[in-house]
Design a protein around this ligand. Structure first.
Ligand code: GTP
Ligand code: SPV
Ligand code: MN
Length: 620
């Protein structure tokens, strides 16, 4: 066990050593020179009053929370109804990821590719340095050693985040394995990602989220919102990790992982990539609808946002969830749509930008009950259900991207395999998006190569998880458009290479839970009912269920889906499974425009698949 002699007002250079007791209980001095030199350099830049090394203990958690409650950074919720729960409100201009301020800083611009913002490393460091300079004056710099994946696993990655936000520390405590055990593992020489964060003045014009994959470094300044500042998550576990994964021959993906236990007791695992706020958290912990529950189905949640996958000695793809918490979308979550999440978030949860009810509990749109008579909204203002903004729109009480941070261990459906470093074997990979039109409920790719093309052509409506034109359709390959730490063309080539290396690649599917009619009504009930589609997907992966070949892939017959107990009209089912050839040809034209930006770097196989689809649409 390690303890750290780091307390208030010690000068930065006294962080140089910490004390560890060795196996025999003797006290020894450990010195990770690189780590300490870096902490000192960053402290020289940011000028905190104090440096505090997080040990990950319960006592530390209580102490930091107490401090944040006293400054208003956290608001205490009703502790008898929501024990261990806190509320945090971000700045009004800081409620989602800011993709336009997020950069991949490789030495060559082409290595970032046309879909990432790019800045030369020297310029990026220089611009950020100006904002970081003195940004922590009068504040504490917290040092958070964390592990993505079980501590000590060969498939895990270590990071050390410096931050001046207790909100960040407390979220990292839930989302990652953090504290002394990680320092112990790092020893005197361990590799780690250098993660620097400061809220600075939360000014949108002085906000930058910078990735330096060549230096294994992340700098984020000027924000206090989740994906911008919990640097283990999107920054490390996706952008940096995807860069490393390509070099090291594995995959870092924006995917949930879930186990589906079938009536015979066999558990098969699925990995699914949907863009932000398109249903990963909900699918990963779904509760089987009555009809299927009676058959004996049961779900095991492994992960809800990030999957790291590698090929094991059996030639199959195995995946782990590097996180141990979920940072989930609140609106739409209730005991009908997601009972497992509702059970999980009743304790030890940090709520961000939800509404506060007079009894000290929380509320959000499409939540547990009808709108409360009055509440304090996400901005901290008095709110009533009928309130309208200047343009006459109803004002939500909770921000549409309000979230909860909760330990995965609290989810009733949590998988018993979460802590196993080798992870779970993946039988099927599912892609999906939020598409009001075109994409049918489900289809299966003809091959791995066709599947890579299907993933590359995901299109989805922009959601409140990011700034941008809400609802606008954009192409988002593998749901990684905002998260791929290198050229997306090289990323697609990596996917093709991985397929060639596998003896039994997962079968590939595409789903769309968000098909609408002309009145904007969802045709498919979604949520738990999605298991009906997963059942078909798993049977197809084993080569069992019926399907019809169409130009875009194999689709189920209505009769090959178990719809027991579901009220859905024949007409809606027909629409959900229809293929509109001329609309698909228009989509191919849009795909071509998207792909052209990658020039010769895009793998030829992607064009081959696109042209084959075009041919099938015209001639079959
Ligand atoms: P990130 O955390 O941003 O990566 O998102 P996510 O993919 O985990 O999305 P999440 O499951 O949190 O869902 C986002 C929103 O979509 C929530 O408001 C959900 O209630 C809603 N949603 C999820 N699944 C379904 C579904 O099957 N049908 C419909 N209509 N809505 C859904
Ligand atoms: C997403 O936007 O895809 C999220 C939330 O999962 S955040 O961590 O903020 O990126
Ligand atoms: Mn996500």
């Amino acid at each position: 066990m390690a303890f750290h002699v780091k307390t208030k007002n010690m000068p930065a250079d006294s962080t140089n050593y910490w004390w560890l007791s060795d196996k025999h209980g003797d006290t020894v001095v450990a010195h990770h020179e690189k780590l300490h030199r870096w902490v000192r350099e960053m402290a020289d830049l940011c000028k905190p009053e104090t440096i505090y090394w997080c040990d990950g203990s319960e006592a530390e958690k209580e102490r930091l929370r107490g401090k944040a409650l006293s400054t208003g950074e956290f608001i205490e919720l009703n502790q008898s109804k929501l024990p261990g729960c806190l509320l945090h409100r971000t700045a009004e201009n800081d409620v989602a990821r800011t993709e336009h301020l997020t950069f991949v800083c490789t030495s060559a611009k082409e290595d970032a590719g046309p879909t990432n913002n790019w800045m030369a490393p020297d310029e990026a460091y220089a611009r950020a340095r100006e904002i970081f300079a003195g940004s922590m004056k009068g504040r504490t710099m917290y040092v958070i050693p964390f592990s993505m994946g079980p501590v000590g696993s060969p498939f895990s990655k270590i990071g050390v985040q410096l931050t001046d936000s207790i909100y960040v520390v407390e979220n990292m405590r839930i989302m990652t394995r953090m504290g002394s055990k990680v320092l112990d593992y790092l020893g005197t020489k361990g590799e780690f990602t250098k993660c620097l964060h400061s809220k600075a003045d939360l000014d949108l014009n002085r906000r930058l989220i910078l990735h330096f994959p060549e230096d294994n470094t992340i700098w984020s300044v000027g924000s206090g919102y989740g994906g911008n500042v919990l640097l283990g998550k999107k920054c490390l576990a996706l952008r940096m990790a995807s860069y490393q994964a390509r070099q090291e021959g594995w995959m870092a993906e924006h995917m949930l992982i879930m186990g589906v236990e079938e009536p015979n007791g066999r558990i098969e695992y699925l990995a699914a990539a949907f863009p932000s706020a398109c249903g990963k958290t909900n699918l990963a912990m779904l509760v089987p609808p009555q009809g299927l529950r009676q058959k004996g189905y049961r779900i095991w949640t492994v992960g809800d946002d990030i999957a790291w996958m590698r090929i094991d000695t059996d030639g199959r793809l195995w995946g782990i969830n590097p996180e141990i918490g979920m940072f989930g979308v609140a609106p739409g979550t209730n005991s009908k749509t997601n009972p497992n999440a509702m059970a999980a978030i009743k304790r030890n949860t940090i709520y961000t930008n939800v509404a506060l009810k007079p009894d000290g509990t929380v509320w959000w749109e499409a939540g547990e009950e009808q709108p409360p008579f009055e509440a304090i909204d996400w901005r901290g203002r008095n709110w009533k259900p009928e309130m309208k903004d200047e343009e006459g729109n109803t004002m939500p009480a909770a921000h549409p991207n309000s979230r909860f941070t909760t330990p995965l261990s609290q989810i009733p459906s949590i998988s018993f395999r979460l802590e196993q470093h080798h992870g779970v074997p993946i039988s099927a990979v599912i892609f999906g998006g939020r598409r009001a039109h075109l994409a049918p409920l489900v289809y299966q790719a003809f091959s791995w190569q066709h599947g890579v093309y299907v993933g590359a052509t995901i299109a989805s409506e922009i959601t409140p998880a990011q700034y941008g034109n809400q609802g606008q359709l954009r192409r988002d390959p593998m749901a990684m458009l905002p998260f791929c730490g290198y050229n997306l063309a090289d990323y697609l080539a990596h996917w093709l290479r991985m397929g060639a290396r596998m003896l039994q690649p997962p079968k590939v599917f595409h789903v769309n839970w968000f098909r609408q009619d002309s009145d904007g009504r969802y045709l498919w009930p979604g949520y738990g009912e999605n298991l009906r589609v997963l059942e078909w997907i798993l049977a197809r992966s084993r080569g069992e269920a019926e399907a019809v070949a169409t130009p875009i892939g194999h689709i189920p017959l209505k009769s090959s889906l178990d719809l027991t107990g579901l009220e859905i009209s024949d007409e809606d089912m027909r629409t959900l499974l229809e293929i509109d050839r001329s609309a698909w040809l228009d989509d191919v034209a849009d795909q071509r425009r998207f792909f052209e930006q990658f020039g010769d770097r895009l793998p030829r196989e992607i064009y081959t698949e696109m042209e084959a689809l075009e041919f099938r649409l015209k001639h079959f």
